[in-house]
Design a protein around this ligand. Structure first.
Ligand code: TYC
Length: 103
């Protein structure tokens, strides 16, 4: 803080509040033995806006490595995509799980 040379009193000279980027979250898909590959590709296309080739690539990564990233979003959007994935999977009777990971 600066000081007025006459009074010695503090003078507020910070005019701009510090800004902070919102924390972003990865949405990660987990492998299981029951969800069909076709359904996972459909979810990647419809919920995560992937094209067919990228969706297939991510699905195979999850299938072979156990997990794979579908995208990185603000907290609210990431939560919504996780919830939508769970709801679609539940409707079809698949145990497919998506989780949030802080960036
Ligand atoms: N492992 C599944 C199968 O063999 C396919 C699968 C891929 C399931 C990705 C979940 O997130 C997943 N049918």
């Amino acid at each position: 803080m600066a000081h007025d040379p006459r009074t010695g009193h503090g003078v507020l000279d910070e005019t701009r509040q510090k800004t902070r980027e919102p924390t972003r979250y990865h949405v990660t898909l987990l492998n299981d033995d029951y969800t069909t590959m076709e359904f996972v590709v459909q979810v990647l296309e419809s919920v995560f806006d992937k094209g067919p080739a990228e969706a297939h690539g991510i699905m195979m990564q999850v299938h072979t490595q156990g997990r794979g990233r579908c995208g990185t979003y603000t907290h609210e959007i990431a939560e919504t995509k996780v919830a939508t994935t769970r709801a679609l999977a539940k409707r079809e009777g698949f145990p497919l799980q998506a989780v949030l990971e802080e960036e």
